[in-house]
Ligand binder design. Sequence first.
Ligand code: ATP
Length: 557
Amino acid sequence: MKYSKLVETYQQLDQTQATLEKTDILAELFKESDEDLEHVVLLALGRIYPEWMEPEIGVSSQTMIDVIHQATGRGKDEIEEVWKEKGDLGFAAEEMVKNKTQQKLMSKTLTVEMVVDRLRKVAEMDKEGLSQSVNQDKKKKEIADLISNAEPVEARYITRTVLNHLRLGIGEGTVRDALDEAFFNGEHSEDIQRAYDFTNDFSRVAKACQEGLEEVNSLDIELFRPIKSMLAKKVDTIEEGFDTVGKPAAIDYKYDGMRAQIHVKDGDVKVFTRRLEDVTKQFPDVVKAVEENVKSENCIIDSEIVGYNPEDGSTIPFQRLSKRIKRKYDIQKLKKEIPVEVRPFDLIYDEESLLNQPYRERWEKLNNSIEEEEKILRSVDHEETSEEEKVQEMQQKSLSDGHEGIMMKSLDAEYKPGSRVGYMVKLKPVMETLDLAIIGAKWSEGRRSGWLGRLYLGCYDEENDEYLEVGRMATGLTDKQFQEITEKLKPLITKEEGRKVEVRPEVIVEAEYEEIQKSPEYTSGYALRFPRMKQFREDKDEADSLEKVKGLYEDQK
Ligand code: ATP
């Protein structure tokens, strides 16, 4: 398929806000995509790889300005000026290509395949171990070659794809429904959703859709490809917990650690976060613990990795443990400073998928397949009861041991990937915080000039796939945190106007606040009063939803 065909569709999608219309437009495109469908589906989501795969293009707006300059011969100042004026580097690229001073002797017509191949090549460069400057130069050259072959409007969308800033308002639900409409007359969205939950890969699901419903339903879990974790609903009382999960229920301690999905394939181990990131290299101690204490040769364990103080063995909060998630060097040293214990709580796969088995059986199988060893690997503290008093006792013990509270789980429930269905609930005494994306910031003046200060926080509107502002945070941050935030945000800047910048919503922070108020001033319609920074959530890549904000607002009343 010509890339220009996809770009036509992008333009149509840009012109409508209505989800149903977007679904129809996409469904038409999918029907016509034939052998390009796998790529087209990814590009429609603004991706070049399925969600669970690691490589990222890794190019900032500043680098993209160099690229446009290389490809078109237009001055960087000019490019920056149009960027500021139009608020989007995509438009700037389009303008520059329209009036480029450099002409290629022989330009090629871009195809969808060429664009994906080239951008994948760029993303893979990070693996080559090149120095930062050589790596960036090579990336620039590859993307510049694409831009110099692009028509103006194609350059707009290539630029946005590179910067991970397509903003078409297309979420996973829209792609699911469009596939359903294109291949099954809109009758099998549940089957498609199931296939997606298992594979985390719409390109694969799309291919199966082309082949038929049987193929869609045959897609299953595969080892070493993470699936979405089942999430918990929040309850305020033990009674509410029992109402949700039934009696008797399993009661676990809720640890303040890192969710880890551990895969064992023919005895080899991989560790994934709930963002589906592969963190095996960062946790050699977890790999060893699993190699030595898990009997099954092919399984998936759902677990919490809990950090502890090496001096006295006491549990440390997630905030300190999170240092280990991103760290690519000094791993052995950090492993000693922040040792961890693996606390498995579910078994999703054991030579075959266990998703449809009741939790009671999965729990039993889990315990049969591990050998417990203190401070290395032990299943979570767990009781099964119908008595509120017993639950209360566990809750108090959990809190006095320094944990977060308890989880209550339905013994009969299956495992539902990616859902907050209420098969497990969390009960913790502290006020619910919100995990929000930083969507903008302001350059500071005075002592902190050169740093991004005031932070604009956004929640995620699932229906329209966009971030809406819900608060501004300027306090509660140390100088070190301001510095850290500036470093994190700089490469994500998409627009600058005066002192204000907009950034891609990739940095998630956990915010505390006094209360939630209704506010017409903020795009979400709600405002946090006195939001304060609690910590970065390195383990998350999506903010809490607008629905959650609404729910918390209602709960306050
Ligand atoms: P929170 O900030 O409260 O951890 P969250 O948004 O990260 O919430 P939830 O699904 O709402 O995630 O809460 C469940 C989380 O609690 C799990 O993702 C897991 O990391 C953690 N957890 C700790 N102990 C357990 C346990 N025994 N069983 C299940 N999850 C546990």
